[in-house]
Design a binder for this molecule. Structure first.
Ligand code: EPZ
Length: 446
């Protein structure tokens, strides 16, 4: 189904949106349910495509997933877990990166796994070498097969001492989901420590796992033979909250983001205040607003937690196009996360991307031909344009640029945005955006 958003810009977004469970936790917690010997309940689950993809993958493997019609809570029962045909799994190839995290739980449940070639946003090569090396260190046999990878472990998974070359979120999750029921102790050095990782550890602890987060990015897991179920409310999506905060700045609006958590957004809030954004931090959420006057340019570097999240960068770049002066953004997590600036430049933004590391954080991409630093001069008058969404966060950035631009923009490929932003067209309408949403078979005006 192809959809088009026709956006008439220049209207400040004002009002209230609610942000629910984090896209980068909820699918992982669903996979964790496979490790249990009884049903689990996951609450605060958003209606996003990544949840649908993992629901159907789990169902393919015999897990029953029942969604509460009112609350959206999921009840997951792994007792009938079974091997799925690789053809059936392959139908999900390219939809997301989550399937690689099924390896450990499937090996514990049924002794093997077939993982289709992965999808996910095109913001870099997105390799899985760390994941495969981790699985081999647990004793798994990894075989490349047409369309995907077959993983098995005839003797089960054994605890290991693992050092990650980079604090990869996915590879850390791979270790957690494999080690909790592996034989013996696993020590993970160089782990990611994002709030979503800590929330996944909380889920596993509720199931009976023994996981210690130690100092200097070391996590120690004592394998246990069995795990029970969990009943867990997912932490809220700080990336979606940051996206709406940037939208308030870009459109000179005022948005209360219900569910936004100060604790998980500390670095973002400091940056937001430095750029000149207004905020009012409450218990049930955060109000983000443009206080009037000028926005300040910034020198910004993305990093792993507790640094400035790479997922916050793209929407904030649109705000930097409106700041008075020159800003610099050094993207150190992904090598190719500035592709979205091409459309912004067509809309009138003044952005130059560079191969050099324009910052002090040690970076894997310097002198390797990756355009991973951006210089942004503002303020720039944005005018409407035709835009095809390149990735999830870049797509949201295009939406808010179109909402701030003078004139009309036609935005296509917006189904990508459904992967991570729950009911975003309803939310835009609720905030007063002026747009028409047409699909092949219907059209809706806001
Ligand atoms: C997760 O991706 C998130 N996705 C990303 O959010 C987020 O940007 C990223 O973590 C970093 O915080 C989900 O949780 C579904 P990584 P992940 O492994 O796990 C390299 C969004 O917009 N790497 O931490 O795939 C990799 O190429 C998305 O919500 C390897 O080289 O990220 C990257 O340069 C985008 N080999 C770096 O590590 C590997 O085997 C960080 O990747 C794995 C990763």
């Amino acid at each position: 189904m192809s959809s088009v958003l026709t956006i008439r810009g220049g209207v400040p977004l004002t009002g209230r949106v609610s942000v629910r469970g984090a896209k980068n936790l909820v699918p992982k917690a669903m996979v964790a349910a496979l490790l249990g010997n009884e049903p689990s309940i996951l609450r605060n689950v958003p209606e996003i495509k990544d949840v649908e993809v993992v629901t159907s993958l789990l169902q393919l493997h015999g897990v029953t997933v029942v969604k509460d019609a009112v609350t959206g809570d999921l009840t997951l029962d792994p007792k009938a877990a079974k091997t799925a045909s690789s053809a059936a799994i392959d139908a999900h190839a390219g939809d997301s990166r989550i399937p690689i995290l099924l390896c450990g739980p499937l090996i514990h449940a049924i002794g093997e796994a077939f993982i289709p070639d992965l999808g996910g946003c095109k913001i870099g090569d997105r390799p899985i070498d760390y994941h495969l090396n981790v699985l081999r260190q647990f004793g798994a046999v990894v075989e490349k097969r047409p369309g995907g990878i077959h993983i098995s472990a005839p003797k089960g998974l054994q605890g290991a001492k693992i050092t990650l070359p980079y604090p990869s979120v996915g590879a850390t999750e791979q270790v957690l989901l494999s080690a909790t029921r592996a034989e013996g102790i696993t020590e993970l050095i160089g782990a990611a420590t994002e709030p979503e990782i800590v929330d996944l550890i909380a889920v596993l602890q509720k199931m009976g796992a023994i996981i210690n987060i130690q100092t200097d990015r070391t996590i120690r897991i004592e394998g246990v033979r069995e795990l029970g179920g969990y009943n867990h409310k997912a932490l809220s999506d700080r990336n979606e909250a940051a996206s709406w905060a940037s939208a308030a700045l870009v459109t000179k609006g005022d948005i209360f983001v219900e569910g936004a958590s100060q604790r998980d957004m500390m670095t973002f809030l400091n940056t937001y205040r430095k750029i000149g954004g207004g905020m009012d931090i409450q218990e049930d959420g955060i109000r983000f607003f443009h206080p009037g006057g000028k926005l300040n340019p910034l020198v910004l570097e993305t990093d792993v937690h507790p640094g400035f999240m790479t997922d916050w960068q793209q929407p904030l770049v649109v705000a930097l196009t409106q700041a008075e002066g020159v800003s610099i953004v050094h993207e150190t997590v992904y090598e190719n996360r500035f592709g979205f600036t091409e459309a912004l430049i067509r809309m009138g933004a003044n952005i130059q991307v560079h191969r050099e590391c324009l910052g002090s954080i040690p970076c894997r991409f310097g002198q390797r031909n990756f355009l991973h630093s951006a210089v942004i001069s503002g303020p720039a008058q944005l005018t409407g344009a035709d835009i095809d969404v390149p990735d999830l966060r870049g797509g949201f950035s295009h939406l808010i640029a179109a909402l701030a631009a003078t004139g009309t923009s036609r935005v296509t490929g917006i189904d990508i945005i459904n992967r991570g932003y729950e009911r975003f067209t309803d939310k835009l309408a609720g905030l007063g955006a002026d747009f028409d949403f047409t699909t092949d078979d219907a059209s809706v005006s806001a």
